[in-house]
Design a protein around this ligand. Sequence first.
Ligand SMILES: NC(=O)C1=CN([C@@H]2O[C@H](COP(=O)(O)OP(=O)(O)OC[C@H]3O[C@@H](n4cnc5c(N)ncnc54)[C@H](OP(=O)(O)O)[C@@H]3O)[C@@H](O)[C@H]2O)C=CC1
Ligand SMILES: Nc1nc2c(ncn2[C@@H]2O[C@H](COP(=O)(O)O)[C@@H](O)[C@H]2O)c(=O)[nH]1
Ligand SMILES: [K+]
Length: 483
Amino acid sequence: MRFLDEQAPATDLTYGDVFLVPSRSDVTSRFDVDLASDDGTGTTIPVVVANMTAVAGRRMAETVARRGGLAILPQDVPADVVAGVVADVKGKDPVIETPVVVAPQDTVHSVLTLLGKRAHGAAVVVQDGRPVGVVTESDCADVDRFTRVAEVMSAEPRVLDAALLDGPGGLEAAFDVLHSARLDLAPVVRDGRLAGVLTRKGALRSSIYSPALDAAGSLRVGAVVGINGDVAAKAKDLLAAGVDVLVVDTAHGHQTKMLAALEAVRSVDPDVPVVAGNVVTADGVRDLVSAGADILKVGVGPGAMCTTRMQTGVGRPQFSAVLECAAAARELGKHVWADGGVRHPRDVALALAAGASQVMVGSWFAGTYESPGDLKDDGTGRLYKDSFGMASARAVAARTAGSGTAFARARKALYEEGISTGKMYLDPARPGVEDLLDEITSGLRSSCTYAGARSLAEFSERAVVGIQSAAGYQEGMPVATSW
Ligand SMILES: NC(=O)C1=CN([C@@H]2O[C@H](COP(=O)(O)OP(=O)(O)OC[C@H]3O[C@@H](n4cnc5c(N)ncnc54)[C@H](OP(=O)(O)O)[C@@H]3O)[C@@H](O)[C@H]2O)C=CC1
Ligand SMILES: Nc1nc2c(ncn2[C@@H]2O[C@H](COP(=O)(O)O)[C@@H](O)[C@H]2O)c(=O)[nH]1
Ligand SMILES: [K+]
């Protein structure tokens, strides 16, 4: 990356301060751009889901890995639960989507509770392992909440045989079946038994994205180990569970305890990439690399749930932090993830232009069907999910529950650096995380072609970045109503 007209920024910059300048390109189609990362994590799109309890759970992990990204499970989860989630994610099909399943004798009430768990807008009604119906939200409108599913479902649904998807041209053939039957989704069966669902959009997406798969062909997932307690034992448990990436995570990554934690992680010989953070300086990068990190997580204070900068004055505008850390990491043959503050597709492009191998997204993805929280209505019909920071009183209480004395726990809870009660609204036009991935990756593919880049490595080499005023940024906003 270089700054336009050799500008030398007089101050640290963040995403809103900068813009990408188009250059002569011979990349003729956005589909010619390869979004795979080269940092050893095996992602085919440069998107990592942040290790936040309100964001990264099993449904998120599965859905994002199916489209080539990676979710990092948070540190507050007991080892046996993480092992269960990893096994669950790895057991999922890389093409066939996981259905919401109900029984014919279930109530409309339970259907309405479950539909929001996935973006399909429908549940499959199953009896003895076989799909006997499909039920949608509109089927459940205007009936008593205790009505049985069997009474409102569309019985004998059109199904797709899994064998169709295995063959060449299978996705297009399946799409055509759905299209001509005017269906958004169909149950997929193997030997007559329910194997999952395929949505029209899912068929399209599977033809565009490649799943992030491990050597055994299973979906990838990562997990966090903190810097406290027996770090080596925790890392060993996570590796035994089969995680594909190990993240050593704390607010202030450039501290002695982190260096010791990295040495503990290295002592168990992990055969997966080790990510560590958070840092925002070249010195931080070098020290953590010396202690054993392969990838550095960069960002102090940009997160939407994060109050660190207001509480402490500490942090660094994210574009400059990523630029400096990526340059330092590159010199050592290492990589950085840009963690936090990503709110628009443009931020992803700018982080990658600055040299990040991935961006980490938290709160933006909290407002989707796939995040772990319950779907709530704010009283005006708008749907949202609760979100909270991992250093908030709420998260600290969860993390320290059952450890130490009540006095010690109460002392810890005084040191809060995050919001406990964030509200992340679902975008009615993009309520599922895959909708957001579509938005991000289509934007990013386009950014790459504007820069004449066919890969992310080429993009960060060729990108030309200018510095803009607040009015310059404002001008880029769409204006839907006259001014
Ligand atoms: N990217 C960011 O800007 C930030 C991210 N977070 C996220 O919140 C989660 C919890 O992290 P964290 O609060 O580090 O909790 P951890 O449970 O990881 O513990 C942090 C450890 O570091 C010690 N410590 C020393 N200095 C600091 C400091 N300035 N801030 C925090 N701890 C310090 C703490 O001791 P003691 O408690 O005795 O001081 C404690 O032993 C992580 O997922 C982290 O990524 C949190 C804040 C900022
Ligand atoms: N200072 C704090 N930072 C936090 C907290 N919880 C999470 N985080 C950081 O934010 C990013 C995600 O950023 P987002 O803008 O996409 O939401 C996450 O990975 C952490 O580094 C917190 O309580 N305090
Ligand atoms: K913030």
